[in-house]
Design a protein. Structure first.
Ligand SMILES: Cc1cc2nc3c(=O)[nH]c(=O)nc-3n(C[C@H](O)[C@H](O)[C@H](O)COP(=O)(O)OP(=O)(O)OC[C@H]3O[C@@H](n4cnc5c(N)ncnc54)[C@H](O)[C@@H]3O)c2cc1C
Lengths: 609, 246
């Protein structure tokens, strides 16, 4: 690290001070965000970087040389690894200091999660323990529960799992049939039911179990210790990837849980599950960034070494295009994830300043940004899948061989689109939430949509934006209009029926995601230019431009798909014309820009952004 | 017991080394710097003494400008108690040794650790010169060290084809080699605690640098590899002869 680090820290403090007021979730569609308002990963300070490096050192010494032992599920290996991570404090990152944690900021915990994201099986184990396993107690536990469980979870002495899914209740989590019945003495709930796909199930000491008390409509959540008895499990699931992470079916048979282990209030379980998943989702995005970076490192290195036709394959345009595209998408999803992470952090601070206790502030902030969490879950996981897929391709036959790292990375990546809510569910959720907020008047979405509709009636204006990234920023503003136009019209035409038109919802979700990510990567490039000078961020500028160029194409395609799917014959033409107006292609040379990005990585033999 | 651990701020081992175009210095753009790995062995051994229950204060020292402070803070994160930066550029080994000696003089250190060499300039000369300045014994390439009591230590050092066990009085200068301790990963708590530990910046002693590096040259480019089939021994001999190698 060099002098830059301290400058960056100062800048980050400055930029936080400059920020006037925390924004609302989903509001990005309705306002133009300034570069100084967003956090970019380059602003991480020396201490956070040191933490990330220490985490990387831990991975290099404990995991990388032992991947085979991990993925063959050598008995005891994974719990021991969690304990070692605990010794380093990696399980305590987000836990409050009064409960043996480190109480670090949201974005810092994202950063650690990112680094761990490159470890496949361990990444899932880590996420299940520190995220969905620990957080329900941290956010919803009472004093006694927190004091009893958190220090042991933060140190790794106890390991945690989260039991929501059941054989007949996956995406439809609320359909769970697991029951809790109070015993006659009124001292214990007896839990009976079957849970499925439980990460860390094989060795966890503490389970967060969702069950319905008597004939309740809603779940309640319980803290269950393995030692309570009445728990049995099937063998480990045989999985496509993350083979070293324990995944079990768990049977509860009148498992006696002391009444004081009910988490929060009766019937509050679903709310807990949903809110915890919000954190899980954005953290999963962070993990995907880390996973992607490792794959790109390997791919660049292999492309430099592998010779065909008398030259390194890195010299071929087709390979450069892949390497660049992998980097561009990773850089873009990273820009958006940390932007959202900081918005959550700011909101937490804002709510705390307004008198809300820390825990409630965190939950409220996460709820506020649930839309962004869902977006980043989808985008991050799909970038990772794209990157691993192209990683395999760069390796050619070796990509298909279990001897090289790509095969595992490819298999390990696939789960991220499925758990923490499938990407389909997340897409539907994010559009649904946006509409709900519009309906409630929290977001002036329909007014904005009306304004766009009005604009369509007038002749297009032809002002040319000039200046660095100005063209791209103007384009993103237009993309927002495209979203507002399609979403507004779909909501108007279909009303509640829109929820049933899932294909339309999905297309709109994709439009929204693309806009958020494109805007984020542009803001990052712009802020970087302010921080380091234009000459020192040529590749970042190139990445922002190419991503925007592609986002326009994609928003156009999804928009068309949506319009043709829902709009009445007489509205179609108008809407398609509007879409065309709002998705004019950028005039740039994508090949040249991608080569610039690829060449910079090829020269350094790794992902360098 | 007071231990001084000297650390230097060196380019990461994976760095692709490039010099300034006139060859006068290392081109530092884009280079990540780390604690010299051999110095980390010394730091780790010092922390080991603490863990063995001895009452130890560990000071880490680096000669350099403000740019070396992250390295000192990393050492604090790993477990040193306080840090000192001698505010001058590390011009040459003799200069660095004289600066450290001038700082250490009269501070009652019982032990000074250095690495066996720094991985940037690979001089291996600072610890010897430092011991000479202080008129202390010097044990180089130590692979093991135990304290017998407050006054004596037993060290193992690598020698050609074997190992030498030496006993020395304290204070002593020890240059560390692999084996003396394992590298440590700073834990998160240590990293956070580092923020609160003292890092003193001291002015350099007035010492005239002894020498000046004139130029760095790259190694000559690697020659091309030529393969000969097993039955081409004649051709191999001919080629070697042509190159004047036999
Ligand atoms: C390795 C692994 C680890 C896991 N770890 C845990 C854990 O620790 N704890 C835990 O509680 N759970 C865990 N899960 C469960 C996971 O969260 C679920 O698998 C996931 O939510 C999907 O549920 P499902 O498998 O029942 O799929 P289904 O719900 O049956 O979905 C099948 C398909 O239908 C789609 N679909 C479902 N409903 C709808 C709808 N309304 N509209 C449109 N499409 C829909 C889905 O998107 C998917 O494509 C894990 C799963 C795996 C594979």
């Amino acid at each position: 690290m060099n002098e830059c680090a301290s400058e960056q820290t100062n800048y980050s403090i400055m930029s936080t001070i400059e920020k006037k007021q925390a924004i609302k979730g989903g509001e990005f569609l309705l306002r133009e965000t300034a570069a100084r308002e967003v956090f970019i990963p380059e602003e991480f300070g020396e201490e956070q970087r040191m933490m990330a490096e220490a985490t990387k050192d831990f991975i290099d010494s404990e995991i990388t040389p032992n991947v085979e032992r991990m993925d063959s599920m050598e008995p005891g290996f994974m719990p021991a690894l969690l304990e070692k991570a605990g010794e380093l404090g990696l399980l305590a990152v987000g836990v409050p200091e009064e409960y043996g944690g480190l109480g670090m900021s949201f974005n810092t915990s994202m950063l650690i999660t990112e680094v761990i994201g490159g470890t496949g099986s361990f990444s899932t184990t880590y996420g299940a323990h520190t995220g969905i396993g620990t957080l329900p107690i941290q956010y919803y536990g009472n004093e006694a529960q927190k004091a009893k469980y958190l220090p042991k979870l933060a140190s790794g002495e106890w390991k945690a799992a989260y039991c929501l899914t059941e054989p007949d209740a996956g995406s439809d989590a609320n359909a769970g049939k697991t029951k809790a019945v109070l015993n006659e003495a009124g001292t214990h709930y007896l839990i009976t039911g079957q849970k499925m796909w439980i990460s860390n199930g094989g060795f966890a000491d503490v389970f967060i179990v969702f069950a319905k008390i008597d004939d309740d409509k809603n779940h309640s959540a319980f803290i269950v210790e393995r030692s309570f008895g009445g728990i049995s499990m099937n063998d480990e699931e045989k999985k496509m990837g993350i083979k070293g992470s324990s995944t079990r079916q768990i049977f509860f048979n009148e498992c006696p849980v002391p009444v004081e282990n009910l988490l929060s209030e009766r019937g509050n379980g679903f709310k807990i599950a949903v809110n915890i998943l919000n954190v899980g989702r954005i953290k999963l995005a962070a993990g995907c960034i880390g996973g992607s970076k490792v794959v790109i490192d390997n791919a660049v290195n292999y492309a430099n070494e592998r010779q065909q036709f008398g030259t390194a394959i890195a010299n071929f345009g087709a390979i450069k295009q892949k390497l660049a595209e992998m980097a561009i998408r990773t850089f873009a999803t990273e820009s958006a994830s940390y932007r959202a992470g900081q918005d959550i952090e700011d909101k937490i601070e804002d709510l705390k300043a307004n008198g809300l206790p820390k825990n409630q502030a965190v939950l409220k902030a996460l709820e506020q940004f649930a839309i962004e969490c869902a977006m980043m879950k989808c985008h991050g996981s799909e970038v990772l899948d794209y990157v691993t897929d192209e990683g395999v391709q760069v390796y050619g036959g070796m990509g298909y061989s279990a001897e090289a790292p790509m095969e595992r990375a490819y298999r390990d990546a696939r789960i991220t689109r499925i758990y923490e809510g499938t990407n389909e569910i997340n897409r539907m959720l994010l559009v649904g939430m946006l509409l709900k907020r519009a309906m409630k008047g929290e977001l002036a979405l329909f007014d904005a949509a009306k304004a766009v509709a009005g604009e369509l009636m007038s002749l297009p204006t032809h002002e040319e934006a000039s200046g660095l990234l100005a063209q791209e920023k103007a384009a993103v503003n237009k993309l927002k209009k495209a979203v507002l136009m399609v979403l507004g019209k779909a909501a108007q035409d279909l009303g509640q029926q829109l929820q049933q038109e899932q294909e339309v919802m999905m297309a709109i979700a994709d439009m929204i995601i693309e806009v958020y990510v494109a805007e984020s990567v542009l803001l990052r490039a712009e802020k970087l230019v302010a921080l380091r000078g234009e000459e020192n961020c040529q590749e970042q500028i190139a990445m922002a431009r190419v991503y925007t160029y592609e986002a326009i194409e994609r928003v156009g395609a999804f928009g068309r798909e949506a319009i043709l799917s829902f709009a009445a014959e007489e509205d179609r033409k108008m809407l398609l014309l509007g879409l065309k107006r709002f998705t004019k292609p950028l005039m740039l040379n994508p090949k040249a820009l991608r080569r610039q990005v690829a060449d910079a990585m090829i020269a350094q033999n790794r992902y360098i952004f | 017991m007071k231990i001084l651990v000297c650390v230097s701020h060196v380019p990461d081992t994976t760095t692709k080394i490039q010099f300034e175009s006139d060859g006068s210095a290392l081109n530092k753009t884009g280079v990540t710097f780390v604690i010299n790995p051999y110095d980390e062995f010394g730091l780790s051994r010092a922390i080991g003494f603490k863990e063995e229950g001895k009452s130890v204060n560990i000071t880490v020292l680096c000669v350099g400008g403000p740019e070396v402070e992250p390295t000192l803070r990393k050492a604090l994160a790993i477990g040193a108690d306080d840090a000192v930066r001698i505010n001058t550029q590390a011009n040459d080994p003799a200069y660095v040794a004289a600066q450290i000696a001038s700082y250490a003089e009269g501070k009652e250190f019982d032990l000074i650790f250095t690495g066996k060499e720094s991985i940037d300039y690979n001089g291996s000369t600072v610890p010897g010169m430092l011991a000479e300045h202080l008129l202390w014994p010097f044990v180089s390439f130590a692979t093991k060290m135990d304290l017998q009591d407050e006054e004596r230590a037993v060290l193992h050092r690598e020698v050609d084809g074997g190992e030498e066990v030496v006993e020395t009085s304290l204070p002593v200068v020890v240059s560390c080699q692999k084996g003396i301790a394992e590298w440590r990963i700073p834990n998160m708590r240590g990293i956070m605690a580092a923020r609160k530990k003292p890092l003193a910046v001291v002015s350099p002693a007035e010492i005239t640098p002894y020498f000046q590096t004139v130029r760095y040259n790259y190694p000559p480019p690697k020659g091309e590899c030529v393969y000969f089939e097993p039955d081409q021994a004649g051709k191999l001999i001919e080629t070697l002869a042509q190159k004047g190698l036999i």
